[in-house]
Design a protein around this ligand. Structure first.
Ligand code: NI
Length: 259
């Protein structure tokens, strides 16, 4: 049994056939899902889906790309919903920073500020974090440690598999492994994967993005976590069923939820 710990089922690309997408996943043994927050305007849809399906949960959070729509009061209003099990996805993304040095620093500072506020929210409500890090390993690590985020822990998206981020497993953080691990050019992640303790691994799609090989370019969906699990069991040289059991236990432990 697999839980897709990060899929944007509230994305417009699932509007037409969401029920089939979910059914396809359930039939393939993907028995639970977590919808992370990103754009606050899409939160009501996430709540609606989580209320409809027993094993689907959501998180409240604002993605760094949507930082201008950040509203702490709005997140706080929904965090006590019984199906809200985490805060995120929040974090730092320096992939498309402005060229101008002053603007660049201002953008970084603004991202850090809302990241800090979301870490604080997670701590106040004792929810784990779903953390988005892209080209910002050092600043993310510093922010998480400075803000004492290890009190609640969380899961990192493995965009840039960086040895620096491996540090965080000592502080209660988990690693969400997704379609990238199947990419032909994912050498770094493939090398780093065996260094991550087994009890810190989670499986995710980031659907509709980052579709695993051989479906790259198509819409991603939770069903494809099966391809991620296959690849992980190959790299780590453990039986797929054993891997699933370990990852399921990890997922329950981090999110304090019995999927
Ligand atoms: Ni995402």
């Amino acid at each position: 049994m697999i839980i897709d710990t990060h899929c944007h089922l509230n994305d417009k690309r699932f509007e037409k056939d969401l029920d089939q997408v979910i059914e396809r996943a359930f039939d393939a043994g993907v028995k639970g899902m977590i919808i992370p927050g990103a754009d606050p305007a899409e939160l009501p849809k996430a709540i609606e889906i989580a209320e409809e399906y027993e094993n689907i949960y959501f998180a409240v959070g604002v993605h760094p790309y949507d930082r201008e729509d950040f509203d702490l009061t709005y997140l706080e209003k929904h965090i006590t919903h019984p199906k809200c099990i985490a805060v995120g996805e929040c974090g730092l993304d320096y992939f498309r920073l402005p060229e101008d040095p002053k603007e660049k620093e201002a953008e970084k500072a603004a991202q850090k500020e809302i990241f800090r506020q979301q870490i604080d929210l997670a701590k106040r409500y004792k929810k784990p974090l779903i953390i988005h890090i892209r080209d910002a390993s050092k600043d993310s690590l510093d922010t998480l440690l400075e803000e004492d985020a290890s009190k609640v822990g969380g899961v990192l998206h493995c965009y840039n598999a960086s040895p620096l981020l491996l540090e965080l497993n000592k502080h209660g953080f988990y690693y969400g492994i997704g379609g990238v691990v199947t990419f032909k050019n994912a050498k770094k992640l493939v090398e780093i994967l065996p260094e991550i303790p087994l009890e810190k691994l989670l499986i995710e799609t980031d659907a509709p993005y980052l579709t695993p090989h051989p479906h790259r370019g198509e819409r991603n969906e939770p069903f494809y976590t099966t391809l991620v699990a296959d690849k992980m069991s190959e790299i780590l040289d453990i039986e797929r069923s054993e891997l699933e059991d370990i990852v399921l236990a990890n997922t329950r432990r981090l999110f304090k939820t019995f999927f």
